[in-house]
Design a protein around this ligand. Structure first.
Ligand SMILES: Nc1nc2c(ncn2[C@@H]2O[C@H](COP(=O)(O)OP(=O)(O)O)[C@@H](O)[C@H]2O)c(=O)[nH]1
Ligand SMILES: [Mg+2]
Length: 223
């Protein structure tokens, strides 16, 4: 048996978990949602570790959907503009949010990003959150759906170690399934663990390399 020191509610010295802050964030997220609805725009928040495949998946979705919707992308990153430069090459409106040292986007930053997008001429906004599978879950942004992108080759414990994230999202993309066999990953086990944590989740196995699962993800997101 391993000894465990369990952090009690509000005990961890982490200002991001301050309840007032979360309450304020929620109010701002609701305002974002109202703004999006006023313009008839649907927004989808993608979260996941650095390298899980968020940008690649958004690229795939943009490739399939840009004939149908006028798409904008908001990208969260600490300091770089790498991802939004990639996505801007697909002919969609992009805006980068640099958070400096914050490990997640928040509703206030997204409100500012929305101000810099031409909302009148958009139908759909993808939000790529800062590369992190823990912190973004606590900060709803006003998006209509929240998607966690998980690289199945990252760790056999990737699901069980992040229960709160998988409770907070609607959809999980189990990505890089093209590599699962090579690495010896049991994807079915990851799926079982997800269902145990959140039976309401929609789970889609994807490969941004082959394109597998992208149509199914589009269906699950009602796009
Ligand atoms: N084999 C394989 N590589 C992938 C897949 N998805 C993303 N990648 C690669 O993984 C790396 C990180 O992807 P990226 O989309 O930048 O991840 P992000 O940090 O979550 O945005 C890139 O080199 C991608 O080409 C996939 O499904 N299969
Ligand atoms: Mg990215």
């Amino acid at each position: 048996m391993v000894k465990v020191v369990e952090a009690r509610e509000g005990e961890a010295l982490d200002i991001e978990l301050d309840l007032n802050l979360q309450k304020k964030n929620l109010e701002l997220a609701e305002a974002n949602r109202r703004l999006l609805e006023k313009y008839g725009i649907r927004a989808i928040d993608f979260m996941g570790s650095v390298g899980s495949g968020k940008t690649s998946l958004i690229e795939r979705l943009v490739g399939k959907l840009k004939g149908k919707y006028r798409i904008g992308v908001i990208g969260g990153d600490l300091t770089t503009t790498i991802d939004m430069e990639i996505l801007s090459r697909h002919g969609v409106q992009v805006v980068q949010v640099n958070t400096g040292r914050e490990c997640h986007l928040d509703a206030n930053l997204v409100a500012r990003a929305l101000q810099s997008l031409p909302l009148n001429s958009l139908d759909l906004i993808f939000i790529e959150n800062v590369g992190n599978i823990i912190c973004p879950a606590d900060f709803p942004l006003g998006a209509h759906r929240r998607v966690a992108v998980v690289s199945v080759i990252d760790s056999p414990y990737i699901i069980v170690k992040h229960p709160l994230t998988f409770q907070a999202v609607d959809v999980v993309a189990l990505n890089k399934v093209d590599l699962a066999e090579i690495v010896g990953v049991n994807v079915a086990k990851l799926e079982e663990e997800l269902k145990k944590i959140n039976p309401k989740l929609s789970i889609v196995k994807t490969s941004c390399k082959t394109g597998l699962g992208v149509d199914q993800l589009i269906e699950v997101l009602n796009l």
